[in-house]
Write a protein that binds this ligand. Structure first.
Ligand code: C2E
Ligand code: MG
Ligand code: MG
Ligand code: MG
Length: 283
């Protein structure tokens, strides 16, 4: 009986594996159609100046509107896109769309449009020498000034091949775009790269903001990182601000720029632009 049970269990295991494989192949085929099928959507989240509470920049965050599954967050498809190399097409679409969006916004509403838009760059794309051309093409096609574009690279990606990263970032910097380190503080970072790599913006990871109000230690840590960034002449953006109490602490420790649900959730450009047309202050 034990043997029979084992066999049955193995069959079950096999069929689960089979289902997973079929699902993955199906998902991959759908994802392949996402860019040409016009199924990607760009959501923008404001980056806010804490002193005057005005929007200074926006971050472009991609979503996939699958005809059957609905609106999917990056976590539901970026890992598969990375495995299959499709992420480069997605990143390219986001780059073009982001540049076009900010250019139009600045043309229509120069007084309320943000000064910059930031775009997340995947590891696979950073490795490609073509990245520089892709960025140059997106800027040329939209007519957006290069200094209005920020490229976000996570610390982990940056550190995985520091030689390739610094070469690529140098090339990008020469175009006039700015570079941000995303999720700062979550990777195994040797601070030495801040000396060797051309960086303009530090984005302190959301995990440092949770607990900011109750923990002195956490507050001291964030204070030190913000000061480090400012001392190096970098812009520092704090991610994941979810309430007014966190905001008050951040202002007290001298943090100038922040992003988070409390300041604005990611939303479509038209809807954000519409809100900004009637209100200059977000919170
Ligand atoms: P990220 O670049 O660190 O983006 C910030 C993420 O935190 C976003 O999630 C945003 O919606 C979320 N967030 C913002 N404020 C808050 C807050 O107050 N609380 C909480 N809990 N979350 C907040 P999202 O849009 O799901 O994106 C997740 C990640 O997917 C991004 O992390 C980025 O690494 C990646 N991603 C997004 N768009 C793209 C893209 O166009 N290309 C590539 N390669 N990756 C992308
Ligand atoms: Mg980012
Ligand atoms: Mg981040
Ligand atoms: Mg992140």
């Amino acid at each position: 009986a034990a043997k029979g049970q084992g066999k049955a269990r193995f069959k079950l295991f096999e069929s689960t594996m089979h289902e997973r494989l079929v699902e993955r192949i199906d998902r991959e085929a759908r994802l392949r159609d996402a860019v040409p099928g016009g199924e990607l959507r760009l959501h923008l989240q404001p980056v806010v100046d804490l002193v005057d509470r005005r929007m200074r920049g926006v971050e472009a965050l991609v979503r996939w509107e699958d005809p059957e599954l609905g609106l999917l967050p990056p976590a539901a498809f970026i890992p598969l896109a990375e495995e299959t190399g499709l992420v480069v097409d997605i990143d390219r679409w986001v780059l073009v769309e982001a540049c076009r969006t900010l250019r139009n916004w600045r043309d229509r509403a120069p007084d309320t449009a943000p000064s910059w838009i930031s775009v997340n760059i995947s590891a696979a794309h950073l490795e490609l020498p073509d990245l520089t051309d892709h960025v140059a093409q997106a800027l040329a096609a939209s007519g957006l000034p290069a200094d209005c574009l920020v490229l976000e690279v996570t610390e982990t990606v940056l550190m995985s091949d520091i030689a390739v990263s610094s070469t690529r970032l140098e090339q990008l910097r020469r175009l006039g775009v700015r570079i941000a380190i995303d999720d700062f503080g979550t990777g195994y970072s040797s601070l030495g790269y801040l000396r060797d790599i051309p960086v303009d913006v530090l984005k302190i990871d959301r995990s440092f903001i949770t607990g900011l109000v109750d923990s002195t230690r956490q507050r001291d840590l964030v204070t030190a990182v913000v000061q480090l960034g400012h001392t190096l002449g970098l812009r520092v953006v704090v991610e994941g601000v979810e309430d007014e109490a966190q905001l008050a602490v951040l202002v007290a420790i001298g943090c100038r720029l922040a992003q988070g649900y409390h300041l604005g959730r990611p939303e479509l450009a038209e809807s954000l632009a519409g809100r900004m047309a009637t209100a200059t202050v977000l919170v």
